[in-house]
Design a protein around this ligand. Sequence first.
Ligand SMILES: [Zn+2]
Length: 994
Amino acid sequence: MASASGSGRVQEATGVNGQSSSVADGAAASQINEATTSESTGAAASTPAVNGEVPPKKMTKAEKKILYGMSSPEEVAYKALTEEIMKSEVDWTAKSEMVQDIVYNICDETDGDETANPFSKLLRLFRCTADCKLMKEGTNTVAGLVLQHFGEWLKKHGEEEMRKKYLSEVVKRDAIEKGLHTGGIKFVAKVFFTTLYSVWEIVEEKKKIGQYSMALKIIDAFQFDEDENYDSAVFDILLFYYYRQKLDDALRNFIRNKPNLLRKFINYLDEFSGCATDKKRYEMLMKEMEKYGVSDTSKHTFGSSRAIETNIEKNLKELGDNFLRDEQQFMDLAPHYYRTMRGKRLRFFANTRLEQNENNTDAPSSDLTYFQNVTELLQGDLKAVARFVKDLWKENANPLYRDDAIRWCLYYDLDQQNPYCLAPTMLSYLAENPRSIQEIRFQLEKTLQQIRTQTTERIDELKEGIKIIMITNEAGFHEFLEEFETCEFAAMDSEFSQDIGFSSVCLMQIYINSKVFLLDFKSKALTNQPMKNWEKFIDIFFYGPSLVIGYDILNDINQLFRGTLSDMKADLSKSNNVVCLKRMAENLHLMDSSIIPIDSKNGNYKLSDLSEGLLKKPMPKGEQIGCWGVRPLRVDQIRYAANDAYVVAELYITFMQLVNKYQYDWDGVLMHSSMNFQKEKQKNKKEKISDSVWKDLIKRLVKEIGKDTLKEFTIDPKSVKIMADVMHHGLGKYLRRFGFDVAMAKDKIWTRKYLQKNTDRVVITTGKGLDEWGRICRVIDVPNSPTITSLQQLAFVFKSTKAMIRHGQPFYRCMECNSDEILRIPSPIVHALYAYDAHLTSKMWREPKPELEIYPFDPDEWFNKLININPFDYDNVQCEVARYGGGHFQPDWIAVRVPLKEPYTGCIVNITKNVIVAESRAMPIITGINKIPENVASRPGIFFYSCAYCGRFYYDGKILDSQPHSSKSEQNNSQVEPEHVEQAEQNEQQGKSK
Ligand SMILES: [Zn+2]
């Protein structure tokens, strides 16, 4: 590896104006490469360029200059001309006329000159136009005008003939290349080409040399949807990315809109489902990998055959779940997968039943759920029944499996209808044991009778005073909405079906005012009611005045928006009434582990543990893996479902009582447990300072403390050691920004231990904490009434510590980890990181990100953007850009060095590895890019600040911890952020050794 990534591979390091700049010395660069190879997501990332196919020929600098450079006097003139038009302050129509003049002049010159070609001349003009990279649908550009007027010129001069005469193979290729290297491929395609005939060859060539993203761009630009080659070409590209584990959101969205392609892909993957045990399928898969250029070494990155199988099955499930959503269609497209999964599922049910029997669990209806689940899965498919029976019979030494096998055999009449499908040992057992067969038949009848009884019985009350109301139609729904709209709080839960292709909500239980409403999502009369009723439901659910509480409620919400409500949306960040009880339990545990007196693994409570521990009500388990898709539901199921919502309501009230008993702030707890907790924080007046720009903040703070008072403060905040009590974590983070050395308190036991070892820390706290910590070390009693602002609290700490306000840097320490080494990075670099990260590491098959283009990251484009960073816009910071590798099997990678500029250390940002190495540190760190929303990352002309230890990004004006752009980070929000106080200790030690 080392030899492959040495400085010898530096391919291009050209600065602005062709000026050569020796970039990041090879050693440091290769260090980044090596240190992070293990984390690279792409299989191709560690692949040496071997494996038969010839990598594309790399162009020399001179060749590149000819192709993309601005060398001839003619081109320099073009550039100046178009730039002038761009800058001139006339309106767009006038600009358009000016462009027309130029275009017509240039093209008309060819009259009489046989060697001049209007197409190639025009292309050169187009390429020299300063804004040709900014072309986009719906934006005005001079480059766009150039093409538009050329189109008109062509029409006037006989399009057909002109094309025939001048649009040679060479010119065509030139047009496509120039289109690809600007933002204008779509526009070039429109004006230059009428037939697509020869373009396919170019697509094929691009594919052959591994430039799949280019190929995809061309295909998209020409909108080949109707073309017969379309599907297979795109499919190839799809697989190319699939086998590199780089099937990103963009590409997924691409398939989402192409149902044929989607079906083909599902069908294709199905061929390899079960490949771990099927040698033939496995070999087939390996051949396919080879075909798409996955080398032998890279194959290993896919893991064992078992891991590959799991992965393929996961992808199939995700495809079905997110895009297809039709069980029957899924069954047809992925029959093999379906069969395998059905077998696994059946087996799972059989084993669970056995476990329940062995553990003697109190599970009165587990046998009924088992019966329903199995019949629902088998759907009377006798072949599947036979396989299942055979599978059970294999373990006939265990009487439970043996009797079960016989039961299914009897239920489906297999012994009569098709005895040859049964194992011979089973047949002889059946013949030899008529009495036990009789007994099994009797039990079977009993089970069937129980199901019949349970489904005809009625249930109106969960227990005395708690009504159960089934909602199956519009009239009932209105009745429910009325209560929902006006209640103080609603506690909810839902039950899903466990279909193989996808899962969907079958029942939603909502407890309101001593009533449990059961919304039956299997009732057509309910689901097909007018959309406006559902809109109203969503409105109350997410934006209504009443609290909606659930346990792990995000899961229920996600399920809700599949199936029936898949056309609807809710913006959780705008909602402020949805509360997650699980999150609340975690927060309470962090605050004070004595509040919930139940054993937990770091605050991870199960709903059943909470119910048993706090309410003294064990939850029945029999229906846990119930069959929620069948109707009518059994009484036991209804009772179980209603109870789930009721328990949530009871726990909610219990939590409230406990929090009040321990004298914590209930509103605060509620806020921290709401699904939009971060947003809520910003709305809160107290936290407003997070929106202010550093300079403003300083001004306000100075005013608050008083200029004269401040003059007496001489202590460097960096030397002030603070411990922020749990309720003051927010304040603690701000103090870090000003340079204070702040450790964050965790639970009481931990904090006490820590303080006993570090008695020089001053605790900022309020109320109970004063007593508690005052015995160990110095405390500052920070005022914490609702009328006190965060700014006043900050001022208070400055006054108490006599620390001076330094204002040269907007961030003196990382607010997350307390590190005092902050790097400063021009925004285009962060934008590049964002683009690459979004392209590469977005989670599998998640919701689409509309802000992303449908193309994968284009290294050429970004390289160009980066070398064009103007130092004048960024405090004269001269960034240097390097690009390594590139080409077929080598990952293209781009790194930028930000030089040292006091007080900021220099660093190297490796865009394509998503790491930063501070010059003072040898270890690369993964950047915090996934915390930055697109609209922030794309801001030009600002600096981002990155922590050299943890990679967290900041920028002045707003702190970047509030708007996660991926659902991954959304989940992380559920907890109070882990604090790296160890880091503080480490820093201390470093400080001492200095
Ligand atoms: Zn940090």
